[in-house]
Design a binder for this molecule. Structure first.
Ligand SMILES: Cc1cc2nc3c(=O)[nH]c(=O)nc-3n(C[C@H](O)[C@H](O)[C@H](O)COP(=O)(O)OP(=O)(O)OC[C@H]3O[C@@H](n4cnc5c(N)ncnc54)[C@H](O)[C@@H]3O)c2cc1C
Length: 481
């Protein structure tokens, strides 16, 4: 039997379910396939830096696959609808008996995979798909009545129980060298038309080996202090594993089990840094479960439907100031410049800028979600949508609408010396650590000389506006009942 493994966001060879089974069940050889679907990337506003990261990752994957006897084919298609035909052609040409792939859960991707499965099975080609994106498949972490958890804390409690009862969870090994198929691997495009990333590739070396090295270094050096250091962007003490997880250069199981190992196999006790980091990976599982159970969030809809009645403002110039890091609020601006120049942003700052856009500027959170998608190297629909809807108080288990992160006090608390701000906003270099968080109010003369922008909104008024808007919505909800 000959197999084909269709790679998607799972660009690795260790602990890769579909690849593992393809190798186990195809004694006569396996070929790998990656389909470049520019139309789908464009439709989902996928950042050019992530596309470029994927291309570099494919080069590594090709070498790793070659070492175990699997040639990697690369196909570029014009339209997503052509994928079933593309797979049919390849399976016919190479006499493939079975196609293996890992499932994706977004609406368009699910539709695509359904069409592929129908087209192949009609031609008597077996299709085997797997749940590989989560540490524990979502259907195993539902409530006993089959419903999903809407709140994180009970989700996590249940998740940990399921994990503890599943003692056999271990990493799948690297597949053994198999009967090599004598077809040449495809050359890899170094670039794609219309794709140009301004992010330095040296910031994000691609590939599975790099991801594993990063994970090991983080767990050995920073995991045990994660609880006290993770919130300070200038310290740079989080793992930065997110780009690798987003495209599957490492599995979430490997991340979780490595941390668990470092915590002497204690799941919810032991070192606080380790348990909090593992909890962050459970947030990732939570948002993926929400995506699977509530597919309408893929269709531009708020989880809490009533919040779609909020009268968001329409103001391109405010949006542009936010995007360019020119709002006059130093922590917000430093964060947006970090995103624009590195393709990544620290988690606390993602919450700060997301609340600032949706609550203080009162712009639709979907504008921010889209901008993040266009810029982040770790763009991942479930976590991005979850993070935005949490911050805008439109999601499940979201922050209460009356809780706003004041960017000035967040700045004083999490960048007390202004180190992070000075790095990304050099115009504020001359300010001392007390004034840098609020330059125009604390030292207007120096601020006027600095060429740093004035605040684009009155913070206090913006707060009243959002609270009033949400209050009206709550009143309306009560009227409707
Ligand atoms: C508005 C907003 C948008 C976001 N967009 C994305 C996104 O597109 N892609 C993405 O991977 N994460 C997103 N996050 C979650 C989080 O900010 C990033 O995962 C984290 O900053 C990545 O850095 P790290 O790898 O150093 O994380 P670490 O702190 O080292 O955490 C380890 C891993 O846990 C997971 N994780 C951590 N925090 C969260 C969280 N709040 N939600 C879900 N998973 C989490 C990630 O996979 C992360 O890599 C978003 C958060 C917010 C508030």
């Amino acid at each position: 039997m000959r197999g084909l493994i269709w790679f998607k966001k799972d660009l690795r060879i260790i602990d890769q379910l579909a690849l593992y089974h393809a190798c186990q069940q195809s004694p006569d050889g396996v070929i790998g396939l990656y389909i470049i679907d520019m139309a789908m990337w464009q439709k989902h506003h996928v950042s050019h830096c992530q596309i470029e990261f994927i291309l570099r990752g494919l080069q590594q994957l090709k070498l790793d696959l070659d070492a175990i006897g699997i040639p990697l084919l690369i196909k570029q298609i014009d339209k997503t609808e052509n994928i079933p035909a593309c797979l049919l052609n390849i399976t016919t040409e190479h006499k493939i008996d079975a196609v293996f792939f890992n499932r994706e859960y977004e609406v368009n991707e699910k539709k695509r995979d359904k069409l592929v499965t129908a087209a192949l099975t009609q031609k008597n080609i077996s299709v085997l798909s797997f749940d590989d994106q989560l540490i524990i498949p979502a259907n195993l972490t539902l409530k006993s009545n089959g419903e999903y958890f809407k709140v994180f804390t009970p989700f996590k409690r249940n998740w940990l129980n399921v994990f503890s009862n599943n003692k056999n969870l271990s990493l799948l090994p690297k597949p053994k060298l198999i009967n090599k198929m004598t077809i040449p691997a495809s050359p890899l495009p170094a670039t794609l038309p219309g794709i140009a990333s301004s992010i330095d590739p040296a910031l994000w070396p691609a590939g599975e080996a790099t991801a594993r090295k990063l994970l090991r270094a983080f767990t050995q050096e920073n995991l045990l202090h994660y609880d006290t250091k993770r919130d300070f962007p200038a310290l740079d003490k989080t793992s930065k594993i997110s780009p690798y997880l987003a495209v599957g250069m490492i599995s979430p199981r490997e991340c979780f089990l490595t941390a668990l190992d470092q915590n002497n196999h204690e799941l919810d006790s032991g070192n606080k840094g380790a348990t909090i980091w593992m909890s962050e990976l459970i947030w990732r599982e939570f948002y993926r479960t929400i995506l699977i159970e509530v597919p309408r969030i893929c269709m531009n809809q708020a989880y809490q439907a009533i919040t779609d009645k909020l009268p968001w403002r329409n103001d391109d110039s405010l949006l542009e100031s936010w995007q360019q890091g020119k709002t006059g609020f130093p922590l917000v601006d430093a964060a947006m410049r970090q995103l624009n120049t590195t393709g990544w942003m620290h988690n606390r700052l993602r919450m700060v800028v997301a609340m600032f856009l949706s609550k203080n500027l009162f712009l639709d959170w979907r504008l921010g979600e889209k901008y993040f998608s266009e810029k982040l190297i770790d763009i991942d629909f479930a976590s991005n949508n979850g993070g935005w809807q949490w911050s805008a108080s439109t999601g499940t288990d979201a922050v209460p609408y009356f809780r706003l992160f004041n960017p000035t006090s967040q700045s004083e608390r999490f960048d007390p010396e202004g180190k992070f701000i000075r790095h990304y906003c050099p115009e504020l270099q001359a300010f001392n650590h007390r004034d840098i968080h609020n330059p125009y109010e604390k030292n207007p003369t120096l601020a006027a000389k600095s060429r740093y922008p004035k605040p684009i909104i009155d913070y206090k008024l913006s707060r009243v506006r959002i609270l009033t808007a949400f209050k009206k919505l709550t009143d309306k909800r009560e009227e409707d009942v």
